[in-house]
Design a protein around this ligand. Structure first.
Ligand code: GRF
Length: 207
């Protein structure tokens, strides 16, 4: 698989940083071809700049539809020969032009054990529901929010005295390990999607 990543962000960019660090540390065999934000003030743009990665802001408010915005994003990704798109705190649904340009090649990370607690405030949802474990999901992106085939999940305990902040911090630390691992898994190949299931062949799973 083409190991050049395109990363989409909207904000802080700590998961982007985890990918950059994993590449620099030799734990992820990939390069980042471009980081695109839909917000000019996303702190992650600075992180990418510091790592010498090309950045673009494609502001969704400059487009009359989600379709047109995502077509522009897809064009920029394709013109840089991106093979895999990673959403990293990208606060938008992905539309047909991007999904069609990257079939089964867009990943997202979400701070809960999906299908529990999709959408915003997943950590708060877990605390308010009273679950004893929560965690991280990395999944393939489909048109439905937080609903694609699951690549990996990692669990994190929920403590009785957790606040949204303490649980979020515990989950985020796990996110930063899980995302590079999931990207490496996808890039290494030897998997297929059957129905909703992301399945690795025996040789890929043991590697
Ligand atoms: C993370 O919790 C991620 O799981 C969710 O949005 C947050 C982004 O954080 N999708 P960051 O921008 O990567 O720091």
């Amino acid at each position: 698989m083409n190991r050049r990543l395109g990363v989409l962000i909207s904000g802080r960019g700590s998961n982007l940083q985890a990918l950059i660090d994993a590449i620099q540390g030799g734990r992820l065999t990939a390069t980042i071809g471009v980081v695109i934000s839909n917000r000019a003030d996303a702190a992650g743009l600075q992180r990418a700049g510091q790592a010498g990665i090309e950045t673009l802001c494609i502001d969704h408010r400059d487009y009359s539809s989600r379709f047109d915005h995502d077509a522009a994003v897809a064009r920029e990704m394709q013109s840089r020969d991106v093979g895999l798109v990673c959403l990293a705190g990208y606060m938008r649904l992905v539309a047909a032009p991007l999904l069609d340009a990257f079939p089964n090649a867009i990943l997202n990370i979400h701070p809960s054990l999906l299908p529990a607690f999709p959408g915003v405030d997943a950590q708060r949802q877990a605390i308010e529901h009273g679950t004893k474990v929560s965690g991280v999901t990395v999944h393939l992106v489909t048109a439905e929010l937080d609903n694609g085939p699951i690549i990996i999940q990692r669990t994190v305990p929920v403590h009785d005295d957790d606040t949204v902040e303490t649980l979020s911090a515990r989950i985020l630390a796990e996110e930063h390990r899980a995302y590079p691992d999931a990207v490496q898994t996808v890039l290494d190949g030897g998997w297929r999607v059957i129905g909703r299931r992301f399945l690795r062949s025996a040789s890929a799973a043991s590697g």
